[in-house]
Design a protein around this ligand. Structure first.
Ligand code: NAI
Ligand code: A1CAB
Length: 270
């Protein structure tokens, strides 16, 4: 067992995000994981590699996790969380990825816990996630380091001091993959409307998004420069961008969309 192997972890909720995190930890090496997940099919991909239990009461006695990772929907947490107080009393670090659940709220529900609030995104499933995290005042530097190791298993991690920043983070990097996938859907649909065969329209749309994303990822240029590199004066792209960038169009709509998601993240805290 290498020094990098992660310590025992209790994962609460193994849906899309919890499953992505678990896949990353298993890749890194994990000494022991117990997963609380009432919906058994969600954990099939991890069969024989982790211990899955349907509820908190079925966690093996004597299991002492160093970290408890909360990955249920925020609305599912209120009923479930008080049952996890013994782990908080035992000194475990809590890492919550739930949208809108504040550190103080979690601290109160767990009657005093070291809480890291983190916001990952679904590219975590392929190790290309982006997570922004904020540590509560009870979190020690060793615990913050453990949270970093757990989160970095699925991609890049940044830390912020101000918890209020997690709301816009949720709206931009948390939800952002959905906006990109919507663009893929819309490009495919527009291609079909222009008479392109559906299969070709689908492949064009997907390859355009993945190729552009890879180029952006490897380039040191601003996104605006890469956009201008596509846009020949008096050419075709210029015509499309005139539509997309007219007001009210993408610039205003994207700001409004991010504002709506940020507000919702704040609302979920209430
Ligand atoms: N899906 C995304 O893109 C992102 C989601 N998140 C956050 O991650 C959390 C989970 O979201 P998803 O994975 O998308 O949802 P999901 O619905 O795929 O996963 C939630 C899982 O929790 C399980 N569950 C429900 N009640 C439970 C309980 N009492 N104990 C243990 N497990 C329970 C459900 O069976 C389900 O498998 C949410 O709080 C969300 O805000 C954060 C960043 C991105
Ligand atoms: O839609 C949501 O509430 C979650 C948080 C960010 C992405 N999915």
């Amino acid at each position: 067992m290498s020094a990098e192997v992660l310590p025992p972890v209790l994962l609460v909720g193994c849906g899309k995000m919890g499953g992505a995190l678990l896949a990353g930890w298993l890749e890194r090496g994990l000494s022991r994981a117990v997963v609380v997940e009432p919906h058994k099919p969600s954990t099939e991909a991890f069969a024989h590699r982790v211990e899955v239990v349907p509820d908190v009461h079925s966690i093996p006695s004597g299991f002492v996790p160093e970290a408890v990772v909360l990955a249920t929907k925020p609305q599912q947490a209120d009923d479930a969380l008080p049952d996890y107080r013994p782990f908080a009393r035992g000194g475990a670090l809590f890492v919550s990825i739930m949208a809108g659940k504040t550190i103080s709220r979690l601290d109160a529900m767990l009657e005093g816990a070291a809480v890291v609030r983190a916001m990952p995104n679904t590219p975590a499933a392929i190790g290309q996630g982006f997570t922004v995290a904020c540590a509560g005042r009870r979190v020690s530097s060793t615990q913050k380091d453990l949270a970093h190791r757990l989160l970095v298993a699925t991609g890049e991690v940044d830390w912020v001091e101000a918890e209020s920043l997690i709301d816009p983070v949720t709206a931009i990097s948390g939800g952002g993959p959905a906006y990109v996938f919507l663009l893929a859907e819309l490009l495919e649909k527009a291609g079909i409307e222009q008479g392109v065969p559906p299969d070709l329209a689908r492949r064009m749309a997907r390859a355009t998004i993945t190729g552009s994303g890879a180029l952006l990822g490897r380039s040191a240029e601003d996104a605006a420069v890469l956009r201008k590199n596509v846009t020949s004066p008096k050419g075709t792209t210029e015509q499309a961008l005139a539509v997309l960038m007219a007001e009210p169009a993408w610039p205003e709509l994207v700001s409004r969309a991010v504002d709506a998601a940020t507000k919702r993240s704040r609302e979920l805290a209430k």
